[in-house]
Ligand binder design. Structure first.
Ligand code: UD1
Ligand code: CA
Length: 464
């Protein structure tokens, strides 16, 4: 087998308890741009062609498994005895004829390019360990890389074990490495918890290789690639960095983001050129925004597909789609499964759930539509409500093209309103309305002449 054909495996360290985060959830699930840090690392490995991934989990392991998904293997490190011990827990993953990547689950910006470059260097130099390092302005908290006068890597020393002189070194260990499988298996057996933290340090494998005269290398990466988050403050810094990187990418693609205040765009969101994103807008998940659409201000969209030239103002949209040229808001909520065709108008205080709305239908104010199939060019007056739930089951409401639903209509589903039918204001529709018919179901108005004068006289007498 040539070196280039050696299989690879990745071991992701995720058993840390996040003491410094003061969180009840595992640290690696803390999110950068709405994506757990461990998922960033997983995706970088996959993009670098590392197919087999092992994740070392501790407390909260099941939570991690659920988030990271079934395509990885999971091993549990029951006691948190350090990064070296964590890798020992995953010993089954490490075979002699392999290149083994080990990565920290709390350093989300590792890139596939850096991993590929480091592997190429690892193989070309025949190293037993190749670590990914970086020069940073503030190395506080990281392990420092010790080199000899010829520039060769000699060891990694942790912050807590370093001398004053070593603390001044600004080349730091990223926590990502490539190992030769056979070497790693042997080196793990030689680790000893003799350090300030009483832990088995994975970083000691570098010194072990050097003491045995085995080749060790460092692949110097961009500073941003190696950043990790141990505290809430660092997590916020990573979020800000990631946020501005994504915004920069969209600017480069021709998206208009005139002010970045409160604009947060997830890494998987797609936006076409000439769309405009206004302040206070959060775009999450697999949201797609068409050309010329204007989103915001103050809108939150998750897994939303927005057509060209649509306008979304101060609204929440989740798992739903909006057609070209449609207008939504202000103050609309589209809950999951809502699909608005082109030119639909939805206005203030309208909530729509699990419904399809046909082209050019207008639902302008104060309306709740749940589980509806609405045709095109319908008009909804103010205050229409579907009663789609009887406490046990949900039913659908069908409204055909060009129907006119009067103000304050209640639609008790299941009910069917035919093409071009009308419902009178204040009607409670509890049976089907044929095409072209008018449904009127309300108490007939009664007029009592001179009632108010008599009423006032009566009240006066009562109070005297
Ligand atoms: C580690 C490195 C340090 C490097 C830094 C980069 C060691 C000894 N130190 O320090 O050189 O500069 O990362 O960010 O490796 N974990 C386990 N089990 C454990 C302990 C940790 O799975 O018993 C996991 C954590 O979840 C985390 C990763 O390993 O994802 C790193 O652990 P952490 O305690 O954050 O190490 P650092 O102090 O940051
Ligand atoms: Ca860390």
């Amino acid at each position: 087998m040539t070196k280039d054909q050696r299989p690879t495996v990745g071991i992701l360290l995720a058993a840390g308890d996040g003491k410094r985060m003061k969180s009840h959830q595992p640290k690696v699930l803390c999110q950068v741009l709405f994506k757990p840090m461990i998922c960033w690392v997983r995706d970088a490995c996959r993009a670098a062609g590392i197919e087999r991934l092992y994740v070392v989990t501790g407390a909260g392991g099941q939570q991690i498994e659920q988030v990271v998904g079934p395509d990885c293997q999971y091993v549990c490190q029951s006691e948190r005895l350090g990064t070296g011990h964590a890798v020992m827990t995953a010993r089954e993953a490490i075979l002699p004829d392999m290149d083994v990547a080990v990565l920290n689950g709390d350093a989300p910006f590792i890139t596939p390019e850096a991993l590929i470059q480091a592997l190429a260097q690892h193989r070309a130099q025949g190293n037993k360990v190749t670590l990914l390092s970086a020069q940073v302005p503030d190395p506080t908290g990281y392990g420092r890389i010790l080199r000899d006068p010829w520039g060769r890597v000699r060891a990694i020393v942790e912050q807590k074990d370093a001398t004053m002189e070593q603390l001044a070194i600004r080349e730091i260990n990223s926590g990502a490495y490539w190992f030769d499988g056979a070497f790693l298996r042997k080196a793990l057996e030689q680790l000893k918890p003799q350090n300030a933290q009483g832990e088995y340090y994975l970083t000691d494998t570098v010194g072990i290789a050097v003491s045995q005269g085995l080749p060790v290398g460092a692949c110097l990466c961009e500073e941003d690639t190696v950043l990790g988050a141990n505290s809430r403050g660092q997590l916020a810094q990573l979020n800000e960095l990631a946020r501005m990187r994504v915004i920069q990418r969209h600017w480069d693609n021709g998206v208009e983001i005139p002010w970045t205040d409160g604009v947060v765009i997830g890494p998987e969101v797609e936006i076409q050129a000439d769309a405009c994103i206004l302040p206070g807008t959060i775009l999450k998940g697999k949201t797609v925004i068409g050309a010329g659409a204007v989103i915001g201000p103050d809108s939150v969209l998750e897994n939303a597909v927005i057509g060209e030239n649509a306008k979304i103002k101060a609204s929440y949209i989740t798992d739903s789609s909006v057609g070209a040229g449609a207008t939504v808001g202000p103050f609309t909520q589209l809950r999951p499964g809502s699909h608005l065709a082109e030119g639909v108008k939805v206005g203030d205080f309208v909530e729509i759930k699990n419904s399809t709305i046909g082209a050019k239908t207008s639902i302008a104010h104060l309306t709740y539509l749940g589980d509806c199939d609405v045709g095109s060019q319908c008009n909804f007056g103010c205050g229409v409500v579907t009663a789609n739930y009887d406490g046990k089951e949900k039913f659908r409401t069908v409204i055909e093209d060009r129907a006119f639903i009067g103000c304050n209509t209640n639609l008790i589903s299941p009910v069917h309103v035919g093409e071009g039918a009308y419902t009178a204001a204040g009607t409670t529709v509890d049976g089907d309305v044929p095409a072209g018919a008018l449904s009127i179901g309300r108490v007939r108005q009664e007029i009592k002449e001179n009632w108010s004068d008599e009423h006032i006289a009566f009240k006066k007498k009562e109070n005297s």
